[in-house]
Design a protein around this ligand. Structure first.
Ligand code: SF4
Length: 112
């Protein structure tokens, strides 16, 4: 969640209120700070994976885990990449198998 247009004079009291109601704050720590997903199969006709359920699972397991640097995970449910997942430390893109140009298979057997 991102709060915009907050007066700098209100930041401390806002942080206190968020901590008091159990909302974790801070996106600049050396930990997993952000796990985002596009609307995915819930609300987008291009979706190929359930990005929101995957984000929830990752959030429950990894949010706040200590890391050497600030660490973000993003999931787009199709290659349109609405959450710019490739600009995150881990980016997941939903695709349909097989994801290749028809007729270009070399028969190496790795995709079987
Ligand atoms: S990344 Fe794809 S599935 Fe997700 S919102 Fe964008 S177009 Fe829809």
């Amino acid at each position: 969640m991102e709060l915009v247009h907050v007066s700098p004079t209100s930041l401390e009291s806002l942080a206190r209120d968020l901590e008091a109601n159990g909302t974790p704050i801070g996106a600049e720590k050396s930990e997993i700070v952000n796990i985002t997903a596009c609307p995915g199969s819930d609300r987008c006709r291009f979706a190929m994976i359930d990005s929101i359920s995957l984000a929830r699972t990752l959030d429950e397991k990894f949010f706040g885990k200590e890391m050497p640097v600030k660490f973000r995970i993003a999931i787009s449910s199709c290659p349109n990449s609405c959450v710019s997942e490739r600009l995150n430390e881990i980016g997941i893109t939903g695709v349909v198998r097989p994801y290749r140009v028809p007729g270009t298979c070399t028969g190496c057997g790795t995709c079987v």
